[in-house]
Design a protein around this ligand. Structure first.
Ligand code: UDP
Length: 312
């Protein structure tokens, strides 16, 4: 039986990953400081004998008994309001936390998997974004606490691979949505759903012409699973190339909820990327992976989850 340590395991992505590893017959040690993760994301696993939860911040030393086969490093605030509220914590978990997680992988001879991000590309000047694009990040802007922490984490991961021979994998995750997201995490989709269901104004930042490409969480988890078991050391984009403007996205959510909400425009946050779309040629080629869930289907599943979970 293989053992996986999943940092950030009570978060949106981490908890979906816990489920996948358990389904694949693995034992899971889930670490989370619950700063943005939630116990309700993992409470269905409480009686599973192959699952253990430790409340811990991974920028403190990580001590795990016995053999470990995989270290999946997913701990970090990930939504812009969450990391802007916790700038130093975000930098620490991306730097010291990544070092500790890599140290654990090295000590155990485990495979290390880094959850990186399309934010590495910043406000991109290349479109769609390919993995060999080095990005356009403002190192001293407010978003840099997340972007630069993740860029540092990638550099640290490659250094452990080159210097210590740790088997490492890096995924660059593009905007992802689905069950287990927080309703209050401040990202566009939960905001829009919450506002639309309450009949409040739907807040579009800027003029809404900025684009994003949203992928459903199940597609991401499948991509991660395949990348983990591949031989690819360099970063790989996993995202859904279906691109949409934020204004059209807000309209889709309003239509889906059958709401009478109106759209209002608010200031665009500083350094908000104007465009974002993954080039997934590499993932298709090396993993045989591509997204399967279209936005209409994924949004419906997510809406049902939010309604049930948050009694909306
Ligand atoms: N956004 C918006 N209204 C909101 C929240 C976000 O228009 O209530 C915009 C935000 O400015 C960005 C896009 O939606 O252009 C996606 O933002 P999100 O926070 O979901 O993630 P990001 O891709 O910026 O990390």
């Amino acid at each position: 039986m293989k053992t996986a340590v999943i940092t950030g395991g009570a978060g949106f992505l981490g908890s979906n990953l816990c489920d996948r590893f358990l389904k694949e017959g693995c034992r899971v040690f889930c670490l989370d400081d619950l700063s943005t993760g939630r116990m309700s994301n993992i409470e269905h696993l409480a009686d599973n004998e192959n699952f253990r939860f430790f409340k811990q911040n991974v920028y403190n030393h990580i001590l795990i008994p016995g053999d470990v086969d995989y270290v999946m490093h997913f701990a970090s605030p990930a939504s812009p309001p969450a990391y802007l509220d916790r700038p130093i914590q975000t930098l620490k978990v991306g730097s010291i936390g990544t070092m500790n997680a890599l140290g654990l992988a090295k000590a155990k001879g485990a495979r290390f998997f880094l959850a990186s991000t399309s934010e590495c590309y910043g406000d991109p000047t290349v479109h769609p974004q390919t993995e060999d694009y080095w990005g356009n990040v403002n190192p001293v802007g407010p978003r840099s606490v997340y972007d630069e922490a993740k860029r540092f984490a990638e550099a640290m991961t490659m250094a452990y691979h080159r210097e210590h021979g740790v088997a490492t994998r890096i995924v660059r995750i593009f905007n992802t949505y689905g069950p287990r997201m927080r309703l209050d995490d401040g990202r566009a989709l939960p905001n829009f759903i919450d506002q639309a269901l309450r009949g409040e104004d739907v807040t579009v930042f800027g003029d809404g012409s900025q684009t994003r490409s949203f992928q459903f969480v199940d597609d991401l988890i499948e991509g991660i699973w395949r990348l983990l078991h591949s031989d690819e050391v360099y970063p790989t984009n996993i995202g859904n190339p279906e691109e949409v403007t934020l204004l059209d996205f807000a309209k889709e959510v309003i239509a889906l909820t059958g709401s009478n909400s109106k759209i209002v425009f608010k200031d665009l946050p500083k350094d908000d990327p104007k465009i974002r779309q993954p080039d997934i040629t590499k993932a298709k080629r090396i993993l045989g992976w591509e997204p399967k869930v279209d936005r209409a289907t994924g949004l419906k599943i997510t809406l049902d989850y939010f309604k049930k979970e948050f009694k909306l």
